[in-house]
Design a protein around this ligand. Structure first.
Ligand code: FAD
Length: 480
């Protein structure tokens, strides 16, 4: 159990004492930026914001917080969508990684980059490209999210089907533990079977087991060819049949396969004329396909002949002839994510089911949702190449806050019930945080919970790290 923290003046003085100049923020106007996440749905004013600039400072900070039982929450770019990185109001110290943002080393021979956890993903990707490599973690928030956040959430993105999730890309980690000790697992070895692979415990742990301060990540050769197409289809069934064909015909050159149902395209087109109808006429479903690689095969010819061979599935399509056109096609996908929230709050889900069941899942989930809440507007899209689908729900215009809350609860329960029926996951991507706790704990089996609680106790015995995330209670023991 937490001891009573020292009074704020002595706490602030002590925290400032372990950090270098400018490392501690306490003024309300300075705290605002660290108090609200990307979505604006989650808000919490921290006791203070600590911004260590080295692993040694981080270690000293955590040693003090551990000794005094000060609750802390690590924070990256605040783009996580489950309310995990904002503080519990007035109660926690936010530990921002933003001053630890250096690229420590990069090797095109090891195909590895060692990067500090506060580095913005896009900056790390740019550094990789300067070495003629790619860091393949790619998604809409890459200009804001940070490497530590990507590791802590096991981030996915558009290219998972070719390169895997962040977990598949981590070679090593450096982590400051809850008691301030530094765990140095920062290696770039491809093969290492010495005992337990401890880094795996931290990946996806949402800041509850340690503070990631640096990561060694796999790089890949920079593709010399990237080809992109947008196709229109009659149904999700046809989209998944197309996926099965693409997976075989394009093999590992297939790097993205993004499904967007018509509602999502309409949201992108809704405001202004900047996004016209992307194909000649509307279609129930769209897929963005990307193939990439180097070498001797002409990928444009390959993509065109692939599309010519699937005319029974594809109603219409366009293959980008320049990089600018390809980026424009991708914008239909990315702008939709922002625009669905223009009218206010909306329900986000990030579920997954086996790829073979995805079409049936979407049909059933949309049916159940429409039956329970015909007034709600579903927006459906996802990285379906890995079985992941976002089935979001936009409330009708003008609905009162309380009614929206009720709608979200009902809609989520309907969608999750169908996920359960198909043996899927209620969180394929964003994690549990605070938002999905109840649904997570309702479904967890006692053995998994017991092991998870044991891991939490072993890594953070005083429970000062990210309390109330994943395992809900300040004490994991409560679940035993
Ligand atoms: C427009 C948009 C698109 C997105 N698309 C995708 C997508 O395609 N795939 C996907 O997986 N996610 C996606 N996300 C979600 C989000 O971007 C990722 O979860 C991202 O990895 C979070 O990184 P962050 O730096 O913003 O972390 P934050 O939001 O700051 O933190 C997220 C969690 O990580 C913990 N944390 C942060 N830094 C550390 C650290 N150094 N050590 C330990 N714990 C830490 C926090 O405490 C919190 O629990 C998207 C988000 C947005 C807004």
């Amino acid at each position: 159990m937490n001891a009573v923290p020292p009074n704020s003046a002595s706490l602030i003085a002590a925290l400032a004492g372990v950090l270098s100049d400018g490392g501690l923020l306490t003024e309300p106007q300075d705290l605002a930026r660290y108090s609200r996440d990307w979505s604006g749905d989650h808000f919490g004013r921290p006791l203070a914001v600590a911004r260590p600039s080295s692993v040694e400072e981080m270690s000293a900070l955590m040693r003090y917080c551990h000794a005094e039982r000060i609750p802390v929450v690590p924070q990256g770019g605040l783009t996580g969508l489950v309310g995990a990185a904002v503080a519990a109001d007035g109660d926690e110290v936010v530990v921002s990684l933003e001053r630890m943002n250096r690229i420590r080393s990069i090797s095109p021979i090891d195909f590895a980059v060692v990067v500090e956890a506060g580095c913005i993903l896009e900056d790390a990707k740019r550094a990789a490209e300067e070495s003629d490599c790619i860091l393949p973690i790619t998604f809409g928030a890459q200009g804001s999210c940070r490497i530590g956040g990507n590791v802590a959430t096991n981030a996915g993105g558009f290219n998972v089907l070719r390169y895997g999730m962040t977990r598949d890309l981590v070679l090593g980690l450096e982590v400051v533990l809850a008691d301030g000790r530094i765990w140095n697992g920062l290696k770039v070895l491809r093969k290492d079977n010495r005992g337990y692979d401890l880094k795996q415990v931290f990946i996806g742990s949402e800041g509850t087991l340690g503070i990631v301060t640096a990561a060694a990540l796999k790089l890949f050769p920079r593709p010399t060819q990237i080809e992109t197409a947008l196709v229109g289809l009659r149904s999700v069934e046809d989209a998944m049949a197309l996926y099965a064909r693409a997976r075989r015909d394009c093999s590992d050159l297939l790097t993205a396969f993004e499904l967007i149902l018509r509602g999502g395209i309409e949201i992108t087109m809704r405001e202004g004329k900047d996004f016209p109808e992307p194909l000649g006429k509307p279609y129930p479903a769209y897929v963005l396909i990307e193939v990439s690689g180097g070498g001797l095969i002409n990928l444009k010819d390959m993509l065109l002949s692939f599309l010519a061979g699937v005319e029974n599935l594809v109603e219409d399509g366009v293959v980008a002839s320049t990089r600018a056109q390809a980026e424009r096609l991708w914008l239909y996908r990315e702008i939709m994510v922002e625009r669905q929230g223009r009218g206010g709050r909306y329900l986000r889900t990030d579920v997954s089911v086996p790829i073979s069941k995805l079409a049936d899942f979407v049909t059933d989930a949309l049916f159940e949702l429409g039956r329970a809440r015909p007034d709600a507007l579903p927006v459906t899209y996802g990285h379906v190449g890995d079985g992941n689908i976002h089935l979001n729900v936009v409330p009708p215009q003008g609905m009162k806050a309380e009614a929206i809350e009720h709608l979200f609860e009902q809609a989520e329960a309907e969608i999750f019930a169908v996920v359960d029926r198909y043996g899927g996951s209620i969180s394929a991507e964003h994690g549990i945080g605070r938002v999905k706790q109840r649904a997570f704990l309702d479904r967890i089996d006692p053995v998994t919970l017991d092991l998870a609680a044991g891991i939490k106790d072993a890594f953070d015995p005083c429970h000062i790290l990210s309390n109330g995330r994943i395992l809900a209670s300040a004490s994991a023991l409560d679940y035993r």
